[in-house]
Write a protein that binds this ligand. Structure first.
Ligand SMILES: [Zn+2]
Ligand SMILES: [Zn+2]
Length: 465
């Protein structure tokens, strides 16, 4: 078996692992390296779509290999047509550092993942504002079509249904191995800070390979991670691709600790409580929901979170009917104007969020202002302008996310501090990492006991020695 690390080496994320065995070629994850991307690009200096893959190849954001990239991009950059040279991609979860570059893959490469991972990608595609988000469907780029009137050609855009196609997604079930050529692949759910996260065991006649994806042992699904370790040990792996985000750190807080800490802070709060957290970490949302409930408060979520929870259905531990949905003013801001017809109001919102405007549990900023003691509000740094409408008094802000790890994040944090100072909001923190601690990683390796250990997703591979 040949294992080529095309990303995720000496860095946290950007995992792209090519596994080759007797002519079978599979890829484990196809993520974005934040580190490399931020080295060369920023908010206002982005890789160009018009350059197709060239800007990405130039700085090694994408590996320059044949047979994996989408045909429209390959053609646009003047490369000769290629045939498919990877049999499948196995996705560990839908965080951008593992899944973002699916956008660039050929549409005939099958993608295997969990049901929740597929739903999250669908939601990201529908609600995301970023470019390069052809995750579930693919719209042919750089293509012209005959004009409806007057002859000539027009450009194809997303609305032209005949040029939009579905990618080949395959939802995996635990305990059901998938056979790809000479390999058999088993998916095992693990605990991490995103629903649908999983690890893989790849069986071959030359020995087995275990891949953790991103994993932790201190969330609500610790038992899943433990079960994975047992299964991985049983497979007596020859190779172990082990994530090591926090290999250099000892123990940390658990999700249960976070819930308790949140509850403690909320119990002392006099008026509104805002919680800043990774918006798609539904287990964290569950902690916030439970902490709010313990203090007789409602959890208020954003329309994006509402849409994700709705799409996840039974896979979400938080039910939509149990929370309030904040409808912020958008576009013309008609939501808080009296006597506006519903059809006019709807025009302010994206198609996926329209359904929440009239929901029984929808609320608006004036309600938060009127009854601040009744709510705990899930807040993102991109929604700070809502504070202007709420005009909070004696409010509390709980940072329930990781510390900034890039210059841009540090600037965001600095800017947030100004907002909090302006509204005299006091800040607290309560967080648990999505990744195993050094102690947890060591125990996992000891139990799995592979012949060869390959550190990935870590800035400290030397700590594995
Ligand atoms: Zn990751
Ligand atoms: Zn992750």
């Amino acid at each position: 078996m040949n294992i080529t690390l095309l990303g995720g080496v000496n860095e946290i994320g950007g995992n792209k692992i090519l596994v080759e065995h007797k002519g079978t070629r599979i890829m484990l994850d196809f993520g974005m390296s934040f580190h490399t991307a931020y080295q060369y690009f920023s908010e206002f200096l982005q890789p160009r779509k018009c350059a197709s893959l060239r800007d990405f190849f130039e700085f090694g954001l994408l590996p320059d290999i044949r047979g994996i990239y989408r045909e429209d991009y390959v053609k646009h950059m003047g490369r000769p047509a290629e045939t498919r040279d990877v049999d499948a991609v196995f996705l560990s979860h839908s965080h951008a550092d593992h899944a973002q570059y699916i956008h660039f893959l050929r549409k005939d490469i099958p993608i295997y993942c969990t049901e929740a991972s597929k739903i999250i990608l669908k939601v990201l595609e529908e609600t995301g504002s970023g470019r390069f988000t052809d995750f579930i469907t693919m719209c042919e780029a750089f293509t012209f079509k005959p004009a409806a009137r007057g002859g000539g050609l027009v450009r194809v855009d997303r609305r032209a249904d005949e040029y939009v196609s579905e990618r080949q997604f395959h939802v995996m079930q635990p305990d059901k191995k998938v056979k790809i050529g000479s390999l058999e692949i088993e998916m095992i759910p693990v605990d991490h800070s995103l629903p649908g996260s999983c690890a893989y065991i790849i069986y071959s006649d030359e020995g087995n390979l275990v891949y953790t994806g991103d994993i932790r042992f201190h969330g609500y699904h610790e038992d899943w991670s433990e079960k994975f370790v047992d299964k991985a040990a049983e497979s007596k792996p020859r190779w172990f691709l082990c994530e090591g985000t926090r290999i250099d750190q000892l123990e940390g807080s658990s999700e249960e600790d976070v819930k308790k800490e949140l509850s403690k802070i909320i119990s002392k709060a006099k008026e509104l409580v805002f919680v800043e957290h990774p918006i798609r970490d539904i287990d964290r949302l569950k902690s916030i929901y439970l902490a709010a409930k313990l203090n007789d408060r409602h959890l208020v979520i954003s329309t994006k979170q509402a849409y994700l929870i709705k799409e996840l259905g039974d896979l979400s531990p938080v039910k939509l009917s149990e929370v309030k949905i904040l409808i912020p003013p958008k576009d013309w801001g008609l939501i808080c104007k009296q006597g506006i017809d519903c059809s006019l109001l709807e025009k302010d919102y994206a198609s996926w969020e329209k359904e929440f405007i009239q929901a029984d549990n929808a609320i608006t900023c004036p309600e938060l202002q009127k009854n601040p003691k009744d709510y705990v509000v899930s807040m993102s740094l991109w929604a700070l302008t809502e504070l202007v409408d709420i005009q909070p008094k004696n409010a509390v802000w709980i940072k329930s996310s990781c510390e900034p790890f890039s210059e841009e994040m540090e600037l965001d944090e600095e800017r947030k501090k100004h907002w909090l100072e302006h509204f005299k909001i006091k800040e607290y923190s309560a967080h648990a990492s999505g990744h195993a601690s050094g102690k947890e990683i060591r125990a996992m390796i000891k139990k799995i006991n592979p012949k060869e250990l390959i550190p990935i997703h870590t800035e400290h591979p030397e700590a594995f020695v």
